[in-house]
Design a protein around this ligand. Structure first.
Ligand code: PMP
Length: 374
């Protein structure tokens, strides 16, 4: 099997799974219980929280666990919009966001907010002139992902924040960091709100994190025993401990791991350059872990299923918008054919050189077959 869909989800590392199993078996006491079993679980929860805070260089009071990035994005954007709507009802969203952000935007429109979409350049980076125009005195929040899930385009968040602050110093910056964490060095303190997901960093599914700068107040979307608790209920200790471990491992040797991936990316690009019709959509601003191409005259579904006969797994675009055209590629190149025929190859430091050669052989075989059928 050749799995090159790491941006859709990652396998759980064996040592992470071991922690999950151990905590499930040995720490089943509720961390909120007063007896010794509860105290033992509570202590473990506190040490996991401490580790997460240290790894992300934030305070323990500045984050909450969520079920994943989708939930965290909802809590961040809707929560902030409801708190700060008295200062304005405009929200700016980049045209390179994950579908979950657009879903939230549609809901906020129904609540009476105005959403302004900011353009990107043909290299997938925020168009700063457009951003300057769109951030007004009434803009309460801007959402720009750290890395786009379809093309790997990375946004310069520090500059984004400076540009926003010049127009409106109270405007909040939210960044979906799901595709950046564990792949590239990133400073969570460059933004006010950030989100991430365990299953993209070799951790379990069902856990994510919302970072909230200590000065911000989010209106809770869920209610439980404790007032103001953003995600009430019994903490899922096995998931939390497994997440903290996967985060620690994901942030280790980042540069080394990125170099491994960069070599694979370059090998694939140089091989595909033999095919004049294939377009490479990822630009120099894209992280090497995500390589987006357009086949132009073959339907991506047909190609994906053809590769699958050799047990080679890639995506068309983001897993959450399967079957549709790639909005990110459309916004970069304004070319429907290009946006409708995308293939996303997503790589990992765990990928083996032999997997890259097997992928390329399978690619050659099926590409030649399918392009002559036309
Ligand atoms: N944001 C981005 C950028 C993503 O890539 C994904 C996963 N495809 C999500 C959000 C949603 O994450 P989750 O599955 O944890 O809800």
């Amino acid at each position: 099997m050749v799995y090159l869909d790491y941006s859709a989800t990652t396998p759980v590392l064996p040592e992470v799974l071991d922690s999950y199993n151990k905590v499930t078996e040995e720490y089943f006491g509720n961390p909120n219980s007063l007896h010794s079993m509860g105290i033992k679980s509570h202590e473990l929860l506190e040490s996991a929280n401490k580790q997460v805070a240290e790894l992300l260089n934030i305070k323990e009071s500045e984050f909450v666990y969520t079920s994943g990035a989708t939930q965290a994005n909802n809590m961040a954007i809707i929560g902030a919009s409801l708190t700060y709507c008295r200062y304005g009802k405009r929200i700016v969203i980049s045209k390179m966001e994950h579908p979950s952000i657009y879903g939230i935007a549609k809901y906020l429109e129904k609540l009476g907010f105005t959403i302004d979409y900011v353009n990107v350049t043909s290299e997938g980076v925020i168009d700063f002139d457009d951003l300057k125009k769109k951030v007004t005195k009434d803009t309460i929040l801007v959402s720009v992902c750290a890395v786009n899930s379809e093309t790997g385009a990375r946004q310069p968040l520090k500059t984004v924040r400076q540009v926003i602050r010049k127009n409106n110093e109270n405007c909040i910056l939210h960044s979906d960091m799901t595709q950046a964490i564990g792949k590239v060095n990133i400073n969570i303190n460059d933004v006010d709100l950030a989100t991430m997901s365990g299953h993209k960093i070799y951790g379990p599914k069902g856990i994510g994190l919302l970072y909230k700068n200590r000065n911000l107040v989010l209106t809770p979307l869920l209610f439980g025993a404790e007032e103001g608790d953003l995600n009430p209920g019994t903490p899922p200790l096995p998931l939390i401990v497994a997440f903290s471990k996967s985060l620690r491992l994901a942030l280790k040797d980042l540069n080394k791991k990125e170099e491994v991936v960069r070599k694979y990316n370059e090998t694939i690009i140089s091989h595909l350059s033999e095919y004049p019709k294939i377009k490479i959509n990822s630009s120099k601003y894209c992280i090497p872990h995500i390589l987006n191409i357009s086949l132009m005259d073959i339907k991506p579904e047909t190609f994906i299923h053809a590769l699958e006969t050799d047990e080679v797994y890639v995506s068309s675009n983001t897993a959450c918008s399967k079957g549709k055209k790639s909005e990110s590629v459309m916004n970069m190149y304004n070319d429907s054919k290009r946006a409708e025929t995308t293939i996303r190859i997503s790589l990992s430091y765990m990928t083996l050189p032999s997997e890259i050669s097997d992928f390329l052989s399978s690619f050659d075989k099926h590409y030649k077959e399918l392009s002559t059928l036309k």
